[in-house]
Design a protein around this ligand. Structure first.
Ligand SMILES: Nc1nc2c(ncn2[C@@H]2O[C@H](COP(=O)(O)OP(=O)(O)O)[C@@H](O)[C@H]2O)c(=O)[nH]1
Ligand SMILES: [Mg+2]
Ligand SMILES: [Zn+2]
Length: 338
């Protein structure tokens, strides 16, 4: 049995794991009889977190130390490669120069394909109230995708200082009523940063949102120093080519990380099938049973539970309109595929 530490709903962060294997060994007694006796073998398994990856080299963190590791050949046979966010078992091959082998990948809690990220337990979707104006279509795509991936998400409504008429309050209410955690921030003046930080604790977090909404400013406020610019430059390798593998985890504290993920701003949700989209609109779920037709898409059908819920003011009209748009987009992509 392996003794793992639990951190709420978050991850089992790498720890010093002892595993005890109980086996029976056969011995010859003095009288020449073969006897089976139990023997307790004690084995120490080291676990680390992958915090960086460039091509086939991994940076793994173990007890505040960073080792440079390669994956042992057998992963190729298993058709699985380690990715940033993976918790792995490893063997140290050279302590002085901090070199290691990755020998096993622990079961992933979550997995994102593009960019490849394991064990993200909190997605932070940032929109700004003004400049650029809130892109709710993007937000709803992202929220649906997070539901699809089964990852918790948090909405950050940034640049509240610019919205003199406080129109962001309506957005706040819409998403709060659905049951999402919404945090209002002014990243420049560090308003709401404390609340955001509390929300990140115990998770591996990734930020997403359109360019200019304030992601870098928010992350810098959290760390109180400039770190993400460096991360953004590293998108390009020495020859100036874009690399897609360079993702990093930045440590906030022992149990909390932020993923710096180039190319995560606008993500592709085409893995969702149009017919399943309603499941990923969280507040729709409870009304789907009221639809007359099984497989109702809630667009052209009559006697639709979703449409009724909108009339009764139980579902936001804006959310429904964006559902229709996203549905059509997915449907179109599917038609092109066949
Ligand atoms: N007024 C105001 N400006 C902000 C706020 N957050 C970020 N900015 C500014 O918005 C611009 C874009 O921010 P940045 O963090 O680079 O956005 P990113 O592209 O999402 O990383 C910068 O000029 C920031 O100084 C905020 O809360 N209020
Ligand atoms: Mg940025
Ligand atoms: Zn319906």
């Amino acid at each position: 049995m392996r003794g793992e530490r639990e951190f709420g709903d978050g991850l089992n962060f790498p720890s010093f794991n002892k595993s005890f294997i109980n086996i029976n060994i056969k011995i010859k007694s003095r009288r020449g009889k073969i006897e089976s006796v139990p023997k307790l073998l004690k084995e120490v398994i080291l676990q680390a977190l992958i915090v960086g990856n460039i091509s086939n080299l991994y940076k793994i963190e173990y007890e505040e130390k960073i080792y440079e590791a390669v994956a042992k050949g057998k992963f190729k046979l298993e058709n699985i490669t380690p990715v940033v966010g993976d918790i792995v078992e490893f063997e140290i091959t050279d302590e002085e120069n901090r070199k290691a082998f990755i020998t096993k990948i622990e079961k992933r809690k979550t997995y994102i394909k593009r960019p490849k990220l394991a064990n993200i337990t909190n997605l932070i979707f940032v929109i700004s109230s003004i400049d650029p104006k809130p892109d709710l279509l993007m937000l709803d795509k992202q929220l649906a995708f997070a539901e699809f991936l089964n990852i918790n998400c948090t909405i950050v409504l940034n640049k509240i200082d610019l919205d003199k008429r406080q129109e962001f309050e309506e957005i706040y209410d819409t998403y709060q009523n659905i049951g999402y955690k919404v945090i209002k921030t002014n990243a420049k003046e560090k308003q709401g940063i404390e609340e955001l930080l509390n929300n990140l604790k115990g998770n591996i977090n990734a930020f997403a949102g359109n360019s200019g909404v304030g992601k870098s400013t928010l992350i810098n406020s959290i760390f109180n120093k400039e770190i993400t610019e460096e991360g953004e430059i590293s998108k390009r390798n020495k020859r100036g080519k874009n690399t897609t593998t360079d993702t990093k985890l930045y440590k906030i504290d022992k149990n909390t990380y932020i993923a710096d993920t180039p190319g995560f701003s606008t993500f592709d949700i085409s893995d969702i099938e149009s017919k399943d989209l309603d499941k990923y609109f969280k507040e729709f779920k409870q009304y789907i049973d009221n639809c007359e037709f099984i497989g109702c898409t809630h667009i052209k059908e009559e006697n639709c539970g979703i449409k009724k819920a909108i009339e009764e003011g139980k579902i936001s009209k804006g959310r429904y309109e964006r559902y229709c748009k996203i549905y059509e987009e997915l449907k179109e992509k599917e038609n092109r595929r066949w």
